[in-house]
Design a protein around this ligand. Structure first.
Ligand code: AP5
Length: 221
């Protein structure tokens, strides 16, 4: 089986790598940031509450995100998943542990993507995302090639925007929140023998190649 977590600071490339791994390894990609942004776009009560925290660069309360992930993991499916942006605190990791233990689905690996703060700031400042297909581009490192959007009818190009929380002052706070609340998960998973570390400052292809060495192959391959 492949039950994986992609762990890393804002801008480490979790979403970029997850998009490719999902297709290649037949994984269900669960990204709490994407789920929360969808709730914001739909204008649900949860979305309105979450937006206040997201715009400030703070973590959304644990109970909200734990509930979202528990619901999706308990909903059946192949049991092959890639968590991106979750867990993000020790209480979230403990809650995930309990959920996976109840479901009899132990984790295979936690892949930690390391990138320096200076590089993270550069990446987030130049990031552009497609509203339709969700792919992330970078104006310098990974420019949008102008090809048709895979979510469209084959004639439309991607509809690119910059995230509100990628403003410089919010980025700086998100990086501090990561250091305080999420970075302790590196030791948390290392002590359980699950941590696999990759150098996130290489090209996207090179980071991908490091990650795949830690992923069990799909059944029948
Ligand atoms: P979320 O959406 O999860 O954002 P994040 O963790 O801050 O991560 P990002 O999406 O910013 O970065 P990424 O690592 O995916 O990088 P990307 O691939 O885009 O969370 C947003 C907010 O939601 C949080 O602040 C919080 O409020 C809330 N939230 C979410 N989950 C939560 C949880 N569990 N608990 C509580 N609150 C939660 O890449 C970045 C850029 O770099 C792109 O432009 C890309 O093209 C470029 N790039 C990628 N890889 C490379 C490379 N190797 N070389 C050069 N450029 C690269």
């Amino acid at each position: 089986m492949a039950r994986l977590i992609l762990l890393g600071p804002p801008g480490a490339g979790k979403g970029t790598q997850a998009e490719r791994l999902r297709a290649e390894f037949d994984l269900v990609h669960l990204a709490t940031g994407d789920l929360l942004r969808a709730a914001v776009a739909e204008g649900t009560d949860l979305g309105r509450e979450a937006k206040r925290y997201m715009d400030a660069g703070e973590l959304v309360p644990d109970a909200v995100v734990v509930g979202m992930i528990r619901e999706r993991l308990s909903g059946g499916g192949s049991g092959r998943f890639l968590l991106d942006g979750f867990p993000r605190s020790v209480p979230q990791a403990d809650a995930l542990d309990r959920t996976l233990s109840d479901l009899g689905m132990p984790l295979d690996a936690v892949i930690s993507i390391a990138v320096s703060r200076e590089e993270l700031v550069r990446r987030l400042a130049g990031r552009w995302i497609c509203r339709r297909c969700g792919r992330s581009f970078h104006e310098v490192f990974n420019p949008y090639p102008g090809t048709p959007c895979p979510s469209g009818d084959g004639t439309e190009t991607c509809d690119l925007y910059q995230r509100d929380d990628d403003r410089p002052e919010t980025v700086s706070h998100r990086l501090s929140v990561y250091e305080e609340q999420t970075a302790p998960l590196i030791d948390y998973y290392r002590s359980r023998g699950l941590l696999r570390e990759v150098d996130g400052e290489r090209t996207t292809d090179e980071v991908h190649d490091q990650i795949v060495t830690h992923i069990p192959a799909p059944p029948g391959s």
